[in-house]
Design a protein around this ligand. Structure first.
Ligand code: NAD
Length: 241
C-alpha cells in the first residue's frame, strides 16, 4: 500500500486538473454507514432492502414508513467531515482539484470547505414542499417533525434527494461529465460503482492517471494505474498538498 500511496502522491504533484468521484464509503469514517459494506445498511435487518425504501414508488405509497427509515438511518445530525473530506477541500484550495463529484447526500464535502461539489443524488440538507414548493433547509426540522414532515400549507415535505426510479438533474450531469472529461487525474473512492447512471460517468475520463481507493474490489480496478485497497481517510491524510 505504501508504494501505491507514493504513486498517488507523484500523480497529485504532476496534475493540475484533479477530479474526485466518490460515494458512501467516503463518509463511513464520519460514522455514516454505507449501503454495501459488511456493516452497511444492506446487512442490517429491515422489512425491505434500503434501495426499495428509498425509491420513488415507496415514498409515494408508504411515506410514513419511508420517513421512519430515513430519519433513523439516513440523517446524521452529529456527523463531521473526516480526513478524506478535509484533504479534498485542501487540494481544491491549492488549485489542484477542480471538482468533487459525489453520490453522497450528507453535505460533508461542503462542511469541509469544498466549493465545487456536484451532488449527483441531491442533499438531505435541502427539502421542499411537494404542494407549494416552499424550501426547508437543514435536517433538524425533518428530525423534529413527528411522522411525515408537513408544510405550513399542509403539503408533504420531501428531501431534495434523487430517489431510486427518479432521474438525475441534467445540469449537474453536464457539469460532472465536463469535469471528468478535462481531468488529468481522476480519483475514485469509497464507491461500489454499482449505482447507475452515476457510475457510468467515469467513462468520460481520458486523462493520465486513474486512481481507485476502496476497501473492497470494484469493476474499475483493472483500469486503474493506481489501486489502493484501504480506508480513504487514512490514505488521503498521507497525501501532502
Ligand atoms: P455503496 O454502499 O454501494 O459502496 C460503498 C463502497 O465504499 C463499498 O465498496 C465499500 O467497500 C467502500 N468503503 C466503505 N468504507 C470505506 C472507507 N472508509 N474507505 C474506502 N472505501 C470504503 O455506496 P455507493 O457506491 O455510494 O452507492 C450507494 C448509494 O447510496 C449512493 O447512491 C448514495 O447516494 C447512497 N448513500 C449515501 C450515503 C451518504 O450520503 N453518506 C450513505 C449511504 C448511501
Amino acid at each position: 500500500m505504501k508504494e501505491a500511496i507514493e504513486k498517488l502522491q507523484q500523480a497529485v504533484n504532476e496534475s493540475s486538473y484533479i477530479v474526485f468521484f466518490g460515494g458512501a464509503g467516503v463518509s463511513t469514517e464520519s460514522g455514516i454507514p454505507d449501503f454495501r459494506s459488511q456493516d452497511g445498511l444492506y446487512s442490517q435487518k429491515y422489512k425491505y432492502p434500503p434501495e426499495t425504501i428509498v425509491s420513488h414508488s415507496f415514498f409515494m405509497r408508504r411515506t410514513e414508513e419511508f420517513y421512519e427509515f430515513y430519519k433513523d438511518k439516513m440523517l446524521f445530525t452529529e456527523a463531521k467531515p473526516n480526513a478524506a473530506h478535509l484533504k479534498l477541500a485542501e487540494l481544491e484550495k491549492a488549485g489542484k482539484l477542480k471538482a468533487v463529484i459525489t453520490q453522497n447526500i450528507d453535505g460533508l464535502h461542503q462542511a469541509a470547505g469544498s466549493k465545487e461539489v456536484l451532488e449527483l443524488h441531491g442533499s438531505t440538507l435541502r427539502n421542499y414542499c411537494m404542494s407549494c414548493g416552499k424550501k426547508y433547509d437543514g435536517i433538524q426540522f425533518i428530525m423534529d417533525s413527528p411522522g411525515v414532515p408537513k408544510c405550513d400549507c399542509g403539503g408533504v415535505i420531501r428531501p431534495d434527494v434523487v430517489l431510486y426510479e427518479e432521474g438525475l438533474d441534467n445540469s449537474v450531469i453536464r457539469r460532472a461529465v465536463d469535469h471528468i472529461a478535462r481531468a488529468d487525474l481522476l480519483i475514485i473512492g469509497g464507491t461500489s460503482l454499482v449505482v447507475y447512471p452515476a457510475a457510468g460517468f467515469i467513462d468520460y475520463f481520458h486523462g493520465k492517471h486513474l486512481c481507485v481507493i476502496n476497501m473492497s474490489e470494484t469493476s474499475r480496478d483493472s483500469m486503474a494505474d493506481i489501486l489502493i485497497q484501504g480506508k480513504i481517510g487514512e490514505v488521503l491524510s498521507q497525501i501532502t498538498v
